[in-house]
Write a protein that binds this ligand. Structure first.
Ligand code: PAN
Ligand code: ZN
Length: 208
């Protein structure tokens, strides 16, 4: 498997393959299956029942730009359609331990960017051409909100930001994106260790 490059890095172009999420020049590729998402879906019993299915929930194709200070790594995340007991397939979600901003750009499919600062959550509808901005201190998770096709986006982030996944296990993400007929709704975390933020939002994309 390709690895990150070692600085100094000379300028180079990166081609993004819109139909697969692959990048050229290629760096590391990460594959997250249902079994890798322990403790993240609300219905733990439903997750237990499907955890051995070997189903891929999302992939992350990185360019060779390394996660080191002063560099700007890029990756393409592809979240496949699906749900666990109505809660849509999503990324694990994380905080950046060194709080710095990040930019996402929707490439294919329909999704959402869920952000949580520890007390309030925000939701950004993501579609091809939509740029979502993640300010410092906001944990973030991406969701395929049920369109039949994969939701795919570009992420660009500071190489020194780091990724803290335990923060999300400890604090949650403020809300969950769940199937509601042909659309979806955002349901506030409602039980321990989940926290209610007192806001429910019903959403949907035309044509889904
Ligand atoms: C993204 C995410 C990517 C996968 O590149 O790392 O979408 O999500 P998880 O890291 O939560 O599994 C990003 O936000 N980088 O900082
Ligand atoms: Zn991030």
């Amino acid at each position: 498997m390709a690895d990150f490059a070692v600085p100094p890095i000379r300028p180079f172009g990166i081609a993004f393959e819109a139909s697969t999420g692959a990048v050229t020049r290629a760096g590391p590729v990460l594959t997250r299956k249902l079994a890798d998402l322990e403790g993240l879906f609300q219905d733990g019993d439903a997750w237990q029942a499907v955890r051995t299915s070997d189903e891929v929930v999302y992939t992350v194709h990185s360019s060779p730009v390394p996660e080191v200070p002063r560099e700007l790594p890029q990756s393409i995340t592809t979240i496949y359609p699906g749900d666990v007991a109505g809660e849509f397939y999503m990324t694990k979600g994380h905080q950046h331990p060194d709080p710095q901003g990040e930019i996402y750009l929707g490439i294919t499919g329909l999704g959402g960017l869920l952000l949580f600062d520890g007390s309030e959550y925000e939701w950004i509808d993501m579609a091809p051409g939509t740029s979502g901005y993640i300010p410092p201190h906001w944990a973030h998770r991406s969701v395929n909100v049920g369109s039949a096709e994969p939701y795919r986006f570009l992420a660009v982030y500071p190489g020194s930001a780091g990724h803290d996944y335990q923060w999300v296990l400890d604090h949650g993400m403020g809300a969950r994106a769940k199937r509601l007929g042909d659309a979806f709704e955002l349901v506030p975390f409602g039980r321990a260790p989940e926290r209610s933020v007192g806001r429910a939002v019903t959403c949907g994309f035309a044509g889904m």
